[in-house]
Structure formats: C-alpha cells, structure tokens
Write a protein that binds this ligand. Structure first.
Ligand code: ATP
Length: 250
C-alpha cells in the first residue's frame, strides 16, 4: 500500500531520547511527507543517529510524541523487538550506518531477504528488475558476496534491500560513509527517483551537505541534540552562517 503524495508519514513532536537515562536529543520536532526527501544534518554527535534509532523503535523515547505512518507510537520504557517488528511491518525501513548487510550472502540473496511476505508467503515486493533499473551497477555483481563489493556497491545494495519491501518511510543513516563524493552524486538522484516512483518519504542523514541539499525538499539542522534550523533545503543552502555554526560550532 502506498501513501498519497503529501501525507505525513513521520511526525516527531518534542521528542527526547538518549542512552541510560541521559538525554542526548532534546525536544526534537520534525516531519516527513510521502514522496519527499528530508535531509537531517549536523556535526558528529549532534544526535542524528539517535533520532533515527528512536523513529525505527531501536531506542525508546523518553519524552514527546511520534506518529509513524499516521499512528501515534505508544511510549515504552525500553525498545522492544515487537515494536521494531511492528514498525517494519507497517512500512518503515532503516538503512543503518553500518549498512546491515549479510556479507557472506550474495547480492541476489541479500535482496531476497528484504522481500516482504505475508503469513501465506505472498508478497508485494519490488521486482528485482525494477531494483536493477534504479541501481544498474548491481546487475554486474548479483552473484558476488556482499562482503566483496565496493563501498558504493554495498550502499546501493543496502538501499535496494531496504526498498524491496516498498517502505512508506525510508530512514538512511550516514549514506555517504566511506564513499567518494562522485558516488554520492550518483546515489542521491536515485533516492529522488525512488521517492517519486514509490511515494516513500525519505529521511536521510548525509555529510555531503551541498549535494544532499540539491536533492532534498526540506532540511533539519541539529546542533547539540536540538533542531536549530528547519525549512526548505534551498533556504538552508543560503545560510552559510547557520551551516558553519552547525558544523564548526561557531
Ligand atoms: P555522527 O555523525 O558522529 O554519527 P550523530 O549526529 O549521529 O553523530 P549520535 O550518534 O546520535 O550523533 O550521538 C549523539 C550523542 O549521543 C553523542 O554525544 C554520542 O556520544 C552519544 N551516544 C551515541 N551512542 C551512544 C550510546 N550507545 N551510549 C551512550 N551515548 C551515546
């Protein structure tokens, strides 16, 4: 099931979360709509990963409210496997910083694992041909083990595997970690195509600020666990002062 373009697929209101009772993100509010790319930016330690982990249910929030795909997520004292599974079943996919691939399995096998099946074994997954249209480089390495792929190919595989199940909300952490800017320049337009073709809302953490702001509709800039800017990506591109403050601390 896809979501009508423009519908809110993720809303955070004043969310606080952290580790061992110590909050590291404070009163974060943000929104992602169907079919749009939203960039989550900020220096190391700003709280971006913590925010994504809280959205996908891997970390429990300690305050605020989260609506995922139109439903308010109940508050819990700690993350539970059931909560993570429920969110994944509902249509949330998360590409973590380490890409979460099975290195001993081939590209093809990793893609098969991403398929969504109901209890009778039926599914409405994206066909492999469509995935290879989005990521043609993967067609050359379908039988190669994921551990032997280049960093760029691994990231393409991680994103392809995440979109196999037709997520309505796609979270991508540190998309360009370890990748050359040229690879990032190739990947970002594919995200645009996926958002447009599937209607998924995409929240992406990306360090190549100028590149991601050229593709995203909107952006949030975090600093020390708080959102210090939200607005159109084009507006943030023009705010060198804010970007310098966000990344250099002054
Ligand atoms: P990066 O770009 O370096 O990944 P980030 O913006 O994603 O940074 P987070 O990883 O969310 O930031 O970290 C926010 C804060 O939480 C940092 O001060 C970090 O040291 C702390 N932190 C992260 N993970 C843990 C953890 N497992 N236990 C305790 N503190 C943590």
């Amino acid at each position: 099931m896809s979501t009508p373009a423009g519908d809110v697929v993720l809303a955070l209101r004043d969310v606080t979360a952290g580790y061992d009772g110590v909050a590291v993100v404070h009163e974060v509010s943000l929104e992602v709509r169907a079919g749009e790319i939203v960039a989550l930016l900020g220096a190391n330690g700003a709280g971006k990963t913590t925010t994504l982990l809280t959205v996908s249910g891997l970390l429990a929030r300690t305050g605020g409210e989260i609506d995922v795909l139109g439903r308010t997520v109940p508050a819990r004292r700690r993350a539970s496997v059931a909560a993570i599974w429920k969110r994944a079943r509902a249509g949330v996919a998360h590409v973590p910083e380490d890409r979460g691939l099975f290195f001993d399995l081939t590209t093809h096998e990793n893609l098969r694992l991403g398929r969504r099946r109901d209890l009778r074994g039926r599914g409405d997954s994206v066909p492999e041909e469509q995935l290879l249209e989005w990521f043609p480089a993967l067609s050359r390495v379908l039988d190669r083990r994921a551990g032997l792929l280049s960093g760029g190919e691994q990231q393409m595989l991680a994103i392809a595997r995440a979109v196999v199940s037709r997520p309505r909300l796609l979270l991508i952490d540190e998309m360009s970690l370890g990748l050359a800017p040229i690879v990032v320049e190739q990947l970002l337009p594919v995200l645009r195509t996926i958002a447009t073709d599937t209607g998924a809302g995409i929240l992406v953490v990306e360090q190549h600020v100028a590149l991601v702001l050229a593709v995203a509709e909107r952006a949030y800039l975090m600093r020390q666990g708080r959102v210090v800017f939200e607005g159109p990506a084009a507006a943030l591109r023009d705010r060198r002062d804010l970007l310098e403050e966000g990344y250099l601390g002054g």
